[in-house]
Design a binder for this molecule. Structure first.
Ligand code: UDP
Ligand code: MG
Length: 316
């Protein structure tokens, strides 16, 4: 490749969130370092964010940082979740670009040289795109597919499908992300919202080598809800229209009954339809109140203006 790739040494920050990954720390360092060292003209800093692990992750990370100055360890005061941990890492990153990667190395580090090449050739964002998700369960793939199609139909900002957090971002993108003040952070949405010149690289995602996934069905559901409510107000506005349609129909039915009674006299039957109508519209009302609650709850959390995360200590 020719072009802009001048032999100037640049610094890149690898940002890695760790939550109860004690068993994987040595494996991580062992795999990642040879890959990074093989890339010419790049200085590395590896920002490891310990997201309040309860096992020996922190101890192992600090031991690593003590022997290798390229490792920096950011110790959060408790488990703040992956989205906050990534924000913490990006805030601390000092490089000309930052690469986000999971500690379990499910995203292949072998893609990093290609990412850097694309970056040197002018891309601001380089995305890793999973072409094969057979390592995820059938249910996870299906529900994730539903989420993306629903989200992209409702929200103005389109999320690229099958793209995780594995990505390279130029300094200007990192600075743009830092300007977004919201506490409820759905990073995938924020990444898409800031835009910039984006290049996509394909890869296949293998199963986890060590440990197990930290995301249960419920936490993925919450993340999806976070994504939808952060980037679209349609779910809350929908109820105005549904309510209007319901009211018009109910009114028309009322007029019909009045006319029918006037023409054909009084009818006693009708308990079944009444019962159905009451319970149906009662449930709709409860659902719409719940929908409101999702937004009101988020407004409430947002008004507190609490920091996204607290750093207990920084090593290196
Ligand atoms: N993670 C984190 N905080 C959490 C949950 C997860 O920092 O509360 C990290 C975890 O250590 C890993 C990454 O986020 O580096 C992805 O987690 P995982 O592999 O469990 O997710 P999956 O690959 O199943 O989507
Ligand atoms: Mg994983």
């Amino acid at each position: 490749m020719t072009g802009v790739s001048e032999a100037v040494t640049r610094t890149i920050s690898l940002v890695v969130p760790f939550y109860n990954e004690g068993a994987g720390v040595t494996h991580f360092a062992g795999v990642i370092l040879p890959v990074l060292e093989a890339i010419p003209d790049i200085c590395w800093e590896i920002v490891c964010v310990d997201d309040g692990s309860r096992d020996d992750t922190l101890k192992r990370l600090v031991a690593l940082a003590d022997t290798d100055h390229r490792f920096r360890v950011l110790e959060l005061s408790r488990n703040f979740g992956k989205e906050a941990a990534m924000s913490a890492g990006l805030d601390a990153a000092r490089g000309d670009a930052a690469i986000l990667i999971d500690a379990d190395l499910q995203d292949p580090p072998e893609l990093i040289p290609e990412m850097i090449l694309a970056w040197r050739n002018g891309a601001d964002v380089v995305l890793g795109h999973r072409i094969d998700r057979s390592s995820d369960s059938y249910v996870k793939r299906k529900t994730s597919g539903w989420f993306y199609s629903l989200h992209n139909r409702l929200a103005q900002v389109q999320l690229p499908e099958n793209v995780g957090d594995f990505r390279l971002m130029d300094r200007c993108v990192v600075e743009a992300l830092k300007q977004l003040p919201e506490r409820q952070r759905f990073m995938k949405g924020l990444f898409a919202w800031v835009g910039f010149r984006t290049v996509t690289l394909d890869y296949t995602r293998p199963a986890r080598a060590v440990g197990e996934t930290k995301f249960s069905g419920l936490s993925l559901w919450n993340l999806a809800l976070e994504g939808l409510t952060s980037f679209s107000t349609l779910p809350i506005r929908l109820w105005t229209y549904l309510g209007t349609v319901g009211a018009v129909l109910a009114l028309a039915y009322g007029v019909y009954i009045m006319l029918r009674t006037a023409v054909m006299g009084n009818h006693v039957p009708g308990y079944a339809s009444l019962f159905v109508a009451i319970t149906f519209f009662g449930s709709i009302q409860i659902i719409s109140i719940g929908m409101l609650g999702e937004y009101v709850g988020r407004i409430y959390m947002e008004t507190k203006q609490r920091p996204l995360y607290i750093v207990r200590r920084e090593h290196n």
